[in-house]
Design a protein. Structure first.
Length: 161
């Protein structure tokens, strides 16, 4: 069964690499083969204020069962990434992280590996960080093209979705 996935990533820096992951289903026989549906809108949200951005993110999360955090060089320092992770956790979405720094950009370059954003967020009343709970993968080294659907399913089942 295909899962609806919300993709969290640093738009300005990582859009090229994020699109590789988000569109990996295109070359497969169908969306079911890829194991996910992309629930995020493609167009960039214009700066309309904090509350508008929060409402947009909340709306994008509706109907999703998994949040895939695409981890680039600066992802862990982005405030909206933190908000998306926190809201996903509150909703009970399955969570997983995918390092995308090894994906080559349009010029054939890779990037610096970023810090795990799950290291910045702890469970509700516990002192344990989400990085102790949720798995991270490397898109290139862990063969994300062939394994992404399995990763999504694993995250959804872990969350009871």
């Amino acid at each position: 069964m295909a899962r609806r996935v919300f993709f969290s990533f640093h738009y300005e820096r990582d859009i090229w690499r994020a699109e590789i992951v988000r569109n990996s289903w295109v070359t497969k026989p169908g969306r079911e083969a890829a194991g996910f549906l992309d629930a995020a809108e493609r167009e960039k949200l214009k700066r309309q204020g904090k509350e508008v951005v929060k409402r947009w993110i909340d709306k994008q999360l509706e109907g999703t069962s998994v949040t895939a955090v695409l981890i680039g060089a600066e992802t862990s320092s982005r405030k909206w990434i933190k908000y998306e992770i926190e809201k996903s956790y509150e909703r009970g979405n399955g969570l997983l992280g995918i390092y995308i720094h090894n994906i080559k950009d349009k010029d054939g370059n890779t990037d610096t590996k970023g810090n795990n954003p799950f290291d910045n967020i702890s469970q509700d009343d516990k002192k344990e960080y989400l990085s102790k709970i949720y798995i991270t993968y490397d898109w290139v080294n862990d063969d994300g093209y062939n394994n992404f659907g399995k990763w999504v399913e694993r995250a959804a089942l872990k969350a009871g979705r």
